[in-house]
Structure formats: structure tokens, C-alpha cells
Design a protein around this ligand. Structure first.
Ligand code: GLA
Length: 347
């Protein structure tokens, strides 16, 4: 049976219209900590991937407003990593691992810029899981989507993006502890305005740099134990300067996340901004994931009165930065408030 014939046959058994919406996320602080059992404080943003269509038996057929080629899959999917077009690997991954009750025919639209560090791929994966009718609690859904992404792309990314998207609560940022896999809602105080600004540099994590950073952290942890709990004096005694720098970043970033959460609780914008600036310096100098485009964007934003802190957000190597400003300040990007978690509804 060809894909087209399968699609036509499936249409006859189509269920009601379904719409799944999964937001992107911006990480306020705590980058490159998730895969080391650290902590982070991200929030969902009002940019999202939407999948609308009908559940059908046997096939997945999806068009995307960002991509020229339609995705056609015949169930069961057995080798998501080889799917063509390549954007369909995220959908194929979650279809392969998630054991959905059937397939789906529909369209994908997204307001999240792709490759900009705002979790467009995790958003697509979660939206696809929900559209397909996969039912899990938020943590299990995030675990499934992380595995799907790892399988589909070969990138050993952590669970922060998926967990933010599935487990956040409306109107709050999310403090995540990756050691215990627990989430806690955190309110954004009055007088704090977060902005997301695009450096204009696109990136993919498919190259080896994300993976090599993770490997370096794991080598450091083999010597020191969990980096989050390591003694700073012991970290500084590491002979290998690359491992020492990576360990210093993970440890200090986890400390900053806790202090940042307290600064939010106390409505202390000066401290919160300073911690963001320090986090950026650590990602630039110790973790070496900044770029000239990011540095240019950060410098220009810091020169604007009323901006308290600016840092790269997500993996780095390009993409967006996040800024904390006083109300009334206008920056060249998206002013963002926490959105809710991903949802699915029958129309
Ligand atoms: C990407 C990964 C996440 C996380 C961040 C860095 O977004 O998908 O798991 O590691 O980079 O904090």
C-alpha cells in the first residue's frame, strides 16, 4: 500500500478535529545543568507550535508552515532517525517510542523561530505526542519526548525543554530540580519584565559541540561526584583546565539558580539581574558556548537604561538572549510573560 492510498483509506475512519498546542520556553537561568542533575528556572512563552487535524488509523500525514515537504509515515515507525524530510524525525521519534493509539492527519503551524534556542523542536515533539493521543502524566510525557528527540537526532540533550513545556503551571516560571525530577511554580514579581531578543544567529545542536560539553561534564563528575554538590575548592584543584572550567560552570550555575529564585521571591530586581549577568559570563568563559553575535546582542542590550541583566538562553552557539528590564523599557524583541503548559483539545 502506498502512503497516499493509506492516507485516503484512513480519512474514512477519521475521528473528530483535535488541536494540540505546545509553547516554546525561555530559560531564565540554569543552562547546561539539566543533564548533570542540577537545577534550572525556565518558563514557557507565548510562542507555540500548533497541530490541528484528525486522528486516523495507520498513518501520520503532516504539513508544516515552515517546511516545503509533507511528512508521511506508515505505522508502526521503526527507524525514526532515518525519516525524510528530516524535520519529521521529531514526530517519527515520538510515534516510534510513544505507542500512540493510531495516526494523525493535519497541519503544523508555529510562531517559534526555528534554531533560535526557544525549544521549537521540543515544542513540536510534545505537540505531536498530544495530537497523536499519547496519554502520560507531565513528567512521563517529558521523558518520552526527550527520548524521542535523542533517538531522532542523536543529540544527547537533557529534559529541561520538554519538562518546562509539559509540567509548567499557567502564569508561573518553573523551578526544576533534575536530580529528583521535581518542579515547583515560581511567580514573576511585579516590576520584572523579561524580554527575548534574537541574536540572529541560527544554530543546530546536531554537531558535536553540545555532546562534547556533556561528555566533559561527565568526565569531571567521574572525578568529583555530582558537580552540583562538589566542593568549589576541590573543583579548583582539578588539573585539567577544560574539565575544571566546565565543572565550575555547572556548580556555580546551580548556586545562581537558587539565589535567583530567592531574588524573585524577594522582588529584588538588582540581584536577579546581576545573577543573570554572572550566569552569562560563566557560559561564555567557563562553558564556552557564546558567540560573537550573542556577545554583540548582550552588549547592546546592557547599554540600555532600565535593563538589569542579560544572558544567553538555552544551549548557546547562537539563538536568543533573555533580558530582565523594568516595566516601560522597550527592547527589540518579544516581551514575554509565562504561558501555560502544552494542551490538547477536541474541537
Ligand atoms: C538545550 C537542551 C536542554 C538543555 C539546554 C541547555 O536546550 O535541549 O536539555 O541542556 O540546551 O541548558
Amino acid at each position: 500500500m502506498t502512503n497516499r492510498a493509506a492516507t485516503d483509506g484512513a480519512a474514512a475512519d477519521a475521528g473528530p478535529m483535535v488541536r494540540a498546542v505546545a509553547p516554546g520556553r525561555v530559560n531564565l537561568i540554569g543552562d547546561h545543568t539539566d543533564y548533570m542533575g542540577g537545577v534550572a528556572l525556565p518558563m514557557t512563552i507565548p510562542l507555540a507550535t500548533t497541530i490541528t487535524g484528525r486522528r486516523v488509523p495507520h498513518v501520520v500525514s503532516l504539513t508544516s508552515d515552515h517546511e516545503p515537504e509533507t511528512l508521511h509515515l506508515t505505522l508502526p515507525v521503526t527507524d525514526a532517525a532515518r525519516t525524510r524530510p528530516s524535520w519529521g524525525r521529531y514526530v517519527a521519534g515520538v510515534t516510534q517510542l510513544g505507542d500512540p493509539p493510531g495516526g494523525f492527519e493535519g497541519i503544523i503551524t508555529s510562531t517559534i523561530p526555528i534554531g533560535a534556542g526557544l525549544s521549537s523542536s521540543a515544542s513540536l515533539t510534545v505537540a505531536a505526542a498530544l495530537a497523536l493521543g499519547i496519554e502520560r502524566d507531565p513528567i512521563e510525557l517529558a521523558r518520552l519526548c526527550q527520548r524521542a528527540e535523542n533517538t531522532a537526532t542523536g543529540v544527547p540533550s537533557g529534559i529541561m525543554d520538554q519538562l518546562t513545556i509539559t509540567a509548567s503551571q499557567p502564569g508561573t516560571a518553573t523551578l526544576i530540580d533534575f536530580e529528583s525530577t521535581t518542579v515547583e511554580p515560581v511567580s514573576i514579581p511585579e516590576g520584572f519584565q523579561f524580554w527575548v531578543i534574537d541574536s540572529g544567529q541560527r544554530r543546530t545542536l546536531d554537531g558535536s559541540r553540545y555532546a562534547s560539553r556533556r561528555t566533559e561534564c561527565e568526565r569531571a563528575a567521574e572525578i568529583l561526584g555530582p558537580l552540583r554538590h562538589a566542593d568549589p575548592v576541590t573543583i579548583e584543584a582539578l588539573i585539567d583546565h577544560v574539565l575544571r572550567s566546565r565543572a565550575r560552570h555547572v556548580h556555580s550555575e546551580c548556586v545562581r539558580v537558587s539565589e535567583f529564585a530567592h531574588a524573585l521571591d524577594n522582588g529584588d530586581i538588582t540581584t536577579a539581574g546581576r545573577l543573570m549577568d554572572e550566569g552569562h559570563a560563566s557560559l561564555r568563559d567557563d562553558f564556552e558556548v557564546s558567540t560573537d553575535a550573542i556577545e554583540g546582542t548582550v552588549d547592546s542590550l546592557r547599554a540600555i537604561p532600565g535593563v538589569h541583566g542579560v544572558r544567553l538562553t538555552g544551549a548557546g552557539f547562537g539563538g536568543c538572549v533573555v533580558a530582565l528590564a523594568e516595566p516601560g523599557v522597550e527592547l527589540p524583541g518579544w516581551s514575554v510573560a509565562p504561558a501555560g503548559p502544552a494542551t490538547v483539545e477536541v474541537l
